[in-house]
Design a protein around this ligand. Structure first.
Ligand SMILES: Nc1ncnc2c1ncn2[C@@H]1O[C@H](COP(=O)(O)OP(=O)(O)OP(=O)(O)O)[C@@H](O)[C@H]1O
Ligand SMILES: [Mg+2]
Length: 428
């Protein structure tokens, strides 16, 4: 009797499946999470009584909030995988590589999973996006780092499968026996949008003949995190001095926050990097020269960096974005840490903000179809999964190509992990 784990390490949510004797089930590794069978991909380090404790998932989120954003909170860790500039980070004086950080997260998943099934597991199928980076070398480094992290966590035999192919296997598994379909799978996550075209059903349940079932794969590194950044850019960054211009003390030129400061401000996980002396100098200089009203905005930015509450701010932004999937308008509200943000946001405005990114996704759908030698009309069914597939503009990319009744969706947060478990049965 063998057991293989399947881990979908997502930018914002992860999930674990187990394949025991070719039967796959999801393992609920975070009972506190309202999204069942899913674990928030966060790490939280807190020094308590001289000891550093690490938390993951919902417990980590809650502890971080309880402790008033104290300690070190890490989110979207997957995003750093292709980033060769990320070597080590120091947490309470101890230096960690990215692999070590991710291995802490994997180890928790492994241990919780093993407790649930009552046995040790050393075999793993690990998901990966179609593209970590357009640069081949960085893409390879990203996968190698992920593999090292799994090894450090105690896994011995590690296989990879692409996330959309795993989702395709999960969809195929839901078909009645004998049904054959050409399926276009779209997995829209927090970090990437991935596609595969799959000839589903023909070899269901069989190990052989499957190589030709995957007709094409495609992906772009665009996902829900970037949509949150767009909202920050257009609606809330102005509260932190994004548009402030002040006259230089040394010339007649005007200057504002540097492009690096603005870039970091727009990405939640980069806000802590604003503590670097070079960026702090730019901020201080601007504050000294800015008008009275603008000084207050730069003060807000200093406070954001100092109190490190970017996570909570982005949570409000993300909440508004999710609400817009179900209604025409919403408000971004954040009243904490001495700032009061209340901004109206309509779905139309949001769609205008992300239009260019949606166009890039649209192009990727076209090229995935072209690589398979197919037209939209040849697709029997579109299967959408991943949290960002709830966004109406994203669904619209498929509705313009196919009748609505051919567009299905399901298990937004677990179909990839489930499919990775199914893949465990197909390996030699
Ligand atoms: N109702 C909703 N409307 C819009 N976006 C949503 C909704 N629910 C979740 N999301 C977004 O979906 C993303 C999370 O989806 P998911 O868990 O599939 O991603 P992930 O697997 O962690 O990321 P990736 O696969 O890219 O690494 C987040 O960006 C979240 O804001
Ligand atoms: Mg995902």
């Amino acid at each position: 009797m063998s057991a293989i784990f399947g881990i979908d390490f997502g930018t914002s949510n992860s999930a674990l499946s187990v394949n025991e004797n070719n039967t796959v089930r999801m393992l609920d590794v975070d009972r506190g999470n309202p999204i069942s069978n899913s674990l928030k991909s966060i790490l939280y380090f807190l020094k308590e009584d001289g000891q550093t404790t690490t938390y993951v998932g919902y417990e980590g989120v809650n502890k971080y909030i309880e402790n008033g954003a104290d300690g070190r909170y890490m989110q979207s860790i997957k995003t750093f995988l292709p980033d060769t500039a990320f070597e080590k980070t120091s947490i309470y004086g101890k230096r960690y590589t990215l692999e070590e950080l991710i291995s802490i997260f994997f180890r928790v998943m492994k241990e919780r999973g093993e407790t649930l099934i009552g046995r040790d597991v050393s075999d793993l199928v690990l998901g990966r996006p179609v593209i970590f980076s357009e640069d081949r070398e960085r893409d390879r480094i990203a996968q190698d780092r992920l593999e090292s992290a799994a090894r450090l966590a105690g896994f011995k035999n590690i296989a990879f499968q692409m996330e959309p192919i795993a989702a395709a296997l999960a969809y195929e598994n839901s078909l009645s026996p004998g049904v054959e379909q050409i399926v276009l799978v779209g997995d829209f996550g927090a970090g990437s949008s991935d596609f595969t075209i799959h000839k589903a059903g023909k070899h269901a349940g069989s190990r052989t003949g499957r190589e030709k079932d995957i007709l094409s794969v495609g992906g772009v590194y665009i996902g829900g995190d970037l949509f949150d950044s767009d909202i920050m850019k257009e609606k809330t960054a102005a509260y932190y001095g994004k548009n402030v211009q002040a006259k230089s003390m040394f010339s007649d030129n005007y200057f504002g926050l540097s492009p690096v400061v603005i870039r970091n401000l727009l990405h939640w996980h980069l806000i802590p990097q604003l503590r670097r002396p070079a960026t702090l100098n730019n901020i201080k200089e601007l504050k000294v020269t800015a008008s009275f009203r603008d000084k207050e905005l730069i003060g807000n930015l200093e406070n954001l960096i100092e109190a490190n509450y970017g996570y909570l701010l982005f949570q409000s932004i993300e909440k508004t974005k999710c609400e817009l999937s179900g209604r025409e308008s919403s408000r971004i509200r954040f009243h904490d840490y001495g700032i009061c943000i209340d901004e109206f946001l309509s779905r139309d405005e949001f769609e205008a903000m992300i239009r260019e990114k949606a166009a890039a996704i649209d192009t990727c759908i076209d090229s995935t179809l072209a690589d398979a030698g197919l037209k939209a009309a040849d697709i029997d069914v579109v299967f959408l999964t991943g949290g960002s597939s709830y966004i109406p503009l994203i669904r619209g990319l498929f509705e313009k190509r196919l009748d609505k009744d051919r567009i299905r969706s399901g298990n937004a947060f677990t179909s990839v992990a489930y499919g990775l478990g199914l893949y465990g049965s197909l390996m030699g």
